[in-house]
Design a protein around this ligand. Sequence first.
Ligand code: TLP
Length: 352
Amino acid sequence: MDKIVDLRSDTITRPTAAMRKAMAEAEVGDDVYREDPTVNRLQERAAEIFAREDALFVPSGSMGNQVAIKVHTQPGEEVVCEERTHIYNAEMATMAVFSGCLARPVYAPDGILAWDMIEPRIRGRSANRAGTGLISLENTSNLAGGSVYPAEVSSAIVEHAHKAGLPVHLDGARIFNAAVALGRTVAGITSGFDSVMFCFSKGLGAPVGSMLVGSRQFIGEARIVRKIMGGGMRQAGVLAAAARVALDETPPRLHIDHENAKYLAEGLAQIPGLNINPSKVATNILFVDVTETGLTSYELSQRLAHHGILANGVTPRSIRMVTHYDVDRAGCARALEIMALVLGLPHKAVAV
Ligand code: TLP
């Protein structure tokens, strides 16, 4: 059988040879004592890249987001976020369990909020209403198809929120993808946020780890909350070493993943029964609506898997595909060929 083409997520990448070498050679110490030199250097580098005072290495993106929510809020407050965001849909209701907060989800076209959609949801605390404690944005917006906040839209949200006395957190799991799509630096597109979480283990391709960046005061608090959550990691330099390789080497190649996602989208758009607008595919994530094939996304996904193409049904109607460095153009072409095959269409249906 041909090599498996795994489009389920960019989390599935295996460490490169350079990452494995860096891990084997990493200088380590106890990071809870702040004595791991590899972790310390990675945090300094992240703070420098994002033009922030400080940074904190955390085991996962979910932990980074939830630590930030805990630091920014008080129990009984609301967190305004877009309806499809990860903090609301895929973090196990942790903001309720750990921070005592309620999500106040708002639907936005393409997952991109604007201040006029947020403003009506902001509440002051009163006798019968919880107050808003935090606004959280997600860039790129994963479940809305990897869409990207125009920098002026996210900056305006931050500016208005600050005027209203509210902090703004950014789930920037894929912020390097957003920066590539916008042709901007990550510092440039995230400067006003009170905290930013980004992941080494998504498009950047490291096996484990995420980072919080922010002010010295925020990171000081976040370090304590990370420990409360069980995120003190001791000789974490073995992980930070791989993350450092990812940070240094991957951003310049992310445009290839974006080009491959666009190529896939254009091919899928030509297959009868599938619905996708390739012009909406801005980064490395796409969603294709399969309703008109007469199959559910789960049935189609199973058929694809039988031929070595892995892509998950996220809703009964749509399949998500995510490109990354372990999928090349030939793999994408194969995915299109198999998609046509399992739908019983002649291969020439996909003229890509
Ligand atoms: N996303 C995963 C799944 O959990 C859905 C994926 O395959 O895309 N923020 C965003 C925007 C994310 O997409 C993810 C993971 C996280 C946070 C959480 O990161 P981890 O998995 O490291 O906790």
